[in-house]
Design a protein around this ligand. Sequence first.
Ligand SMILES: [Zn+2]
Length: 303
Amino acid sequence: MLTTLQDILKKAHKGNYAVGAFNINNMEICQAIIAAAVKQKSPVILQTSEGALEYAGMDYLKCIAYNAAKQNIPVCLHLDHGRDLSIIKDCIKAGWTGIMYDGSHLPFKQNIKNTKKIVQLAATKNIGVEGELGTIGGAEDKITARTIIYTEPEDAKEFVEKTGVCALAIAIGTSHGAHKFHGTAKLDIKRLQDIKKKIKIPLVLHGASGVPRFLVKQANKYGAQITGSMGVPDEQIKQAIRNGINKINTDTDLRLAFDAGIRKFLKEQPTDFDPRHILGEARTLMQQTVEHRLKLFGSRGKA
Ligand SMILES: [Zn+2]
């Protein structure tokens, strides 16, 4: 059933688990995510970036997501890293049930001002807003940041009080993409604890893919050239959840599964050019990937 961002996260906050937020760009990706969530009886967030809306079209993605939400599990359709006011307005109008406004690239006061405005807009349809404070490293769709600017706990408190967001994305060491760390993978858990002491709302971890070695290995075996990749280890994800993370974004892992599945199929079945077979293999691998994440997040059985 279609659920708002604030409702899906409120339960997770109370129950000390995290809801997985996975990016959709087409039907197969959405089917893989929903099949995994149904199997694990887990709530789930389907999110669309501005790039995905541009690629697939808002109406297509809405139809796919609304159809997926007919299943008997809570499903939120969320805008990921919204920056363009007209896209944000369109999503609110079209029936998205969660909005992220990303003003993390702006000066602090401007970020507050813009975010507050989006919170008021979304409130007209009773939709909660996720804000972002600090800078998550790496690149994702149209969002790029070279360095990580860690979120300051005192700023986070002021930001939440002044904007009225229902969730806050914080920077504690993660990056978008497949290359999250140089050297050892390490999240700033102490900072997370300090932030959580000051604000009592669900916190969000972006750039949190695990970048499973077997997926990178499979993709590379069949022709990809993904080197130096490193994700967030499962143990650190668990630690982050224990300390107050209630929404975890995952995109890179699905991209890797999609790529690894397709490459393997095409190499092993050179005479089969049926798109259903080619994409079907990728869909299966993506579903397995999502199921692993949902179990890790502790949302299994919480639907
Ligand atoms: Zn992100």
